[in-house]
Design a binder for this molecule. Sequence first.
Ligand code: DAH
Length: 351
Amino acid sequence: MTSQNLARTIEQAREAALEELRGLTGEEGLEEWRVRYLGRRGRLTAALRSLGTLAQEERRVVGAQANQAKALLEESLAQARRRVRESRIAGLAQEERIDVTRPGRPVAMGRFHPLTRILREICDAFESMGFQVVEGPEVEWDRYNFEMLNIPRDHPARDMWNTLWIDQEDDEGRQSMLLRTHTSPMQARTMERVKPPVRVIVPGKCYRYEATDATHEWHFYQVEGLAVDEGITLANLKGTLYEFARRLFGAERKVRFRCDYFPFVEPGVEMAIDCFACEGAGCRICREAGWIEILGAGMVHPKVLEGVGYDPAVHTGFAFGMGPERIAMLKYGIEDIRLFYSNDLRFLRQF
Ligand code: DAH
């Protein structure tokens, strides 16, 4: 082959290669192209091999041209590979609709229900005074809900609780199971299980056969407390509940205890705090009374202690029960108890 012919062959191979390369879009096509021009039997490789047939002077000139062509094709191939790879990635992004620059979706932050918050505050206050949180069944035996609490069958004291009965009769054909009307049954359940000293706090749901209005719900929470030990007196009750009132309603609070009746305590008391809104002057929250009743309490009745096998001559105790809805209503200025259970986000978002 003459040097002119070879030079033209190289020129043509180079032009054809570049032309073809421009139309290629896939990685496989690029590899085939490489084999066709730059592979061992490729068009340009063949031309390079023919250089050996030329005279030395011609070989130098045409050889330089051939090497340039080879370098150009290799560089063009590398560029084409980059181009193909980038467009493949762009295509994928398009296909999967991933826009990596788009801001993330905001995560909606939840919050605690106002009653959950109050329950936690109440339990925290008593836990820090050495009480242990326990829970009990919401479907309860008459025995625990009433009898063990010194409220025998057919006793008028039962009228203090409007009861939702379960279809479950005892041997005498009398209803024996109910939705618990208060958390007090856990007093007996706890004392049956453990020996003194006892210090428990019992948050839980209660139920009553009740027409609802702004201050009554047929289901609601209570928090019960019980402390039994040797030598517990009414002074311990007052000190503990006083500390509790200060924690929840402010360090300035005054407390007032007055006699009240509950069958399972003797003496029984009702506790009030001076109004945290008007400091006793009289306002809407305390209904002009200056005092707000927040719970019932008393010294555990000897009959209740005997019922669980404790000796009232050795062990004494105090108990108390409060309604966290009422406490939350006072603390947050909520006017209708039904709001707690109506799942209205406009209400819930305020806490
Ligand atoms: N269980 C009572 C109720 O539902 C509240 C109560 C009053 C609980 C006095 C007590 C207590 O432990 O000592 O009305």
